[in-house]
Design a protein around this ligand. Structure first.
Ligand code: FES
Length: 119
């Protein structure tokens, strides 16, 4: 198990290797995942305060490059590797949307190709 601290919400015990977007949501935080966890709409963005994974998926990197986003990660493209402290960028409550989006699969989709973080 690992400790997942979500800024403004609390600290939760979550299984290591769990998909981060699901760990956040299963902890009771209403994070958005509008594309169902497929690295497309970037609504699952998080800022890492501590414990940023040192690997990333090619799909997640390419989407953030396309959107010219830096300093954030797609939680649907991260696994809980160790204790983490994150800030969730968009929640259902903060956006006023009617749904967080389709339920992400337990495994990372699309099929991940892992590379080292380039920072
Ligand atoms: S990019 Fe859509 S849920 Fe992560």
């Amino acid at each position: 198990m690992a400790k997942l601290k979500v800024e403004g919400y609390g600290t939760y015990e979550v299984p290591q290797e769990k998909r981060l977007v699901k760990a956040i949501e299963d902890s009771g935080v209403d994070i958005l995942h509008r594309c169902g966890g497929n690295a497309r709409y970037t609504t699952c963005r998080v800022e890492f305060i501590e414990g940023e994974p040192q690997q990333q998926t090619v799909a997640g990197r390419d989407k953030l490059l396309e959107k010219e986003e830096s300093g954030i990660r797609l939680s649907c493209q991260c696994l809980v590797e160790e204790d983490m402290h994150v800030r969730v960028i968009h929640t259902l409550q903060s956006t006023g949307l009617d749904s967080p989006g389709g339920e992400p699969a337990d495994e990372i989709t699309p099929e991940p190709v892992w590379i080292r973080l380039e920072r």
